[in-house]
Structures are given as structure tokens and as C-alpha cells.
Ligand binder design. Structure first.
Ligand code: C2E
Ligand code: CA
Ligand code: CA
Ligand code: CA
Length: 277
């Protein structure tokens, strides 16, 4: 018996160590990848159905790994969030997104395009964020109003009072703040009512339920109605079908993003997309 226990303890210990060792290696890899400029942004269009136009893009990071190919954030974001590597990736992302937007604003000056950047909690609460935003915006001579920063509810409620202050500072510059993955977290209406964001993005998981049998989707309806009554814009992410598009439009949500319009694209393909529009 004792021997058996010893064995399974050892096996547990071994897999525990392997797990940690793997994470350790991946972290080293992350640092190497940053030093080697392996992180690139993909861009997914945001469409306003009523205005019948693309209003901008959301920048989504990809890791172009020399052996593993393109890795999506689910494969490294969580680990990067454990230390400051997420901030390093974020620094590259903010600047690169602004740079790219400048190119598009020059080529498509009639389109009034915006860029949305995802912000980790770490970077959002970092004392230097406002300064960095000012730097990138002035470096590329962009209007502040063309930058959108997406934060999640989880980020906002980590330190609510502080979050409100940062949001207000960014908004006073003209930057817009969108509340990402709305409905997925557990934050209450009490918080939402006091969070001075410009828009909420309905989480993809709710959009995917549209057209799955039930005629009405009470949660989606409620989120849209609530956004309207709080005077917030509402954006649907993960729209994949015409049924979903029509449903959302019928409920008064007309800003959408998802595979139905386009997958996230590398910068040159996103440029082609704009030229076709
Ligand atoms: P998110 O901000 O909720 O981004 C939307 C995710 O949904 C993206 O996944 C996008 O590719 C995917 N998506 C868009 N339309 C559809 C659709 O119609 N169907 C389906 N099935 N999926 C769709 P992605 O690019 O893998 O990013 C995952 C998450 O990683 C993002 O979720 C965001 O939270 C995070 N992330 C991405 N880029 C960055 C970044 O630069 N910084 C930080 N901090 N986080 C990032
Ligand atoms: Ca997002
Ligand atoms: Ca989202
Ligand atoms: Ca999401």
C-alpha cells in the first residue's frame, strides 16, 4: 500500500513539476518572442449596419511563433498576465495600432475610422497608461476620438474607484472606453450605472444563442434595452449569421463585429477589405 501511495505521490509531483517547467519554458519563450518582434496585430472590422459602413477595427494580437506558427491569445495571454510580459505586449500593441490607423486614415480619409485596443488589467491600472496613450496619439497625430480602449468588467471591478478615475482621465482627452465581454462577468447593475463607459460589447456567448431554437433571447434583449436606457452604445461581437444580424438590428443594436462580416485580418488584408468597401 505504502509503496503504491509513494508512487502516485511521485507521479503527482512529477506532473506538477512538468506543468511548472512547461510554464517556465513558455514564459522564457514569451520574452524571447517579444525581443524578436514576433507579436503582430490582426484587425477585425466593426460595422454599423444603419450607417452601412465600417466604422473601424478591433486590434487582436497574434504570436507568430517561429516553430508553432500563429498562436492566438488563448494560448499565451493568461501566462503573460502573470507578470509584466502582458504590459510589454500591450505597449507594442497600442503603438502599432495607432501607427496602422494613421496609415488607413490617410488612405481612406473619408471613412473616419477608429481603432479599438484591448487593455489588460495590469496595463490599465499602470500609472503610465494615460501618458502612453498621449504619446502614441501625438506621435502619429491622430484625433483622440479615434482611439477606443476595451476593458472587461473584471478589470473595472478589480479597483472600481481607481478604474473610474482612469476612465474619466482618458475620456477627458477624447478617448472612448468600451466595456468588453459584457454579461460574462458578475458585475452588478449598480456598478455599470456608475462606470462612465461609452459603450458595452455584448459577449459572444449570448450572440451565439440567437437562432438556436428560442424565438426570443431575453438576455440579449435586456442588455440592449439597458444600454439604451443608460444612453450607451451597444456593440454585438461574434455575429456569424444573417439571422443574428437581423435579430440584433430588430432590437436596436446596429454596431456589429464577427465572422459574418470578416475574420480578424492581417494589416494588408484589412487594407484590401477597406478598398473593396
Ligand atoms: P475579445 O476581446 O473578446 O475578442 C474577440 C475574440 O472573438 C477574438 O478572439 C476574435 O477573433 C473572436 N471572434 C470575433 N468574431 C468572431 C466570430 O464571429 N465567431 C467566433 N467564434 N469568434 C469570433 P482572439 O483574437 O482569439 O482573442 C481572444 C481574446 O484575447 C480577446 O477577446 C481579448 O480578450 C484577448 N486579446 C486579444 N488581443 C489582445 C491584446 O492585444 N491585449 C490584451 N490584453 N488582450 C488581447
Ligand atoms: Ca475586445
Ligand atoms: Ca469581447
Ligand atoms: Ca470575448
Amino acid at each position: 500500500e505504502a509503496k503504491k501511495d509513494g508512487k502516485s505521490t511521485y507521479r503527482f509531483y512529477q506532473s506538477f513539476m512538468e506543468h511548472h517547467y512547461e510554464r517556465f519554458l513558455l514564459k522564457q519563450e514569451l520574452r524571447r518572442g517579444i525581443a524578436n518582434n514576433e507579436f503582430v496585430l490582426y484587425y477585425q472590422p466593426k460595422v454599423d449596419i444603419i450607417q452601412r459602413r465600417t466604422i473601424g477595427f478591433e486590434a487582436l494580437v497574434r504570436w507568430n511563433h517561429p516553430e508553432k506558427g500563429f498562436l492566438s491569445p488563448s494560448e499565451f495571454i493568461e501566462l503573460a498576465e502573470e507578470d509584466n510580459t502582458i504590459e510589454l505586449i500591450g505597449n507594442l500593441g497600442l503603438d502599432e495600432a495607432c501607427k496602422q490607423l494613421k496609415c488607413w486614415q490617410e488612405e481612406f480619409s473619408n471613412k473616419q475610422l477608429t481603432i479599438a485596443v484591448n487593455m489588460s488589467a495590469r496595463k490599465f491600472f499602470h500609472s503610465d497608461l494615460v501618458h502612453q496613450v498621449q504619446e502614441s496619439i501625438s506621435k502619429y497625430k491622430l484625433p483622440y476620438s479615434s482611439l477606443v480602449i476595451e476593458i472587461t468588467e473584471t478589470t473595472a471591478i478589480k479597483d472600481f474607484e481607481h478604474a473610474v478615475k482612469i476612465i474619466q482621465k482618458l475620456q477627458s482627452l477624447g478617448v472612448h472606453i468600451h466595456l468588453d465581454d459584457f454579461g460574462k462577468g458578475f458585475s452588478s447593475l449598480y456598478y455599470l450605472n456608475r462606470l462612465p463607459v461609452n459603450a458595452i460589447k455584448i459577449d459572444r456567448s449570448f450572440i451565439q444563442q440567437i437562432g438556436q431554437g428560442q424565438k426570443e433571447n431575453p438576455i440579449v434583449n435586456a442588455i440592449i434595452a439597458m444600454a439604451h436606457s443608460l444612453n450607451l452604445d451597444v456593440i454585438a461581437e461574434g455575429v456569424e449569421t444573417n439571422v443574428q444580424l437581423k435579430y440584433l438590428l430588430g432590437k436596436g443594436c446596429h454596431i456589429m463585429q464577427g465572422y459574418y462580416f470578416s475574420k480578424p485580418l492581417p494589416a494588408d488584408k484589412a487594407g484590401d477589405y477597406l478598398r473593396r468597401m
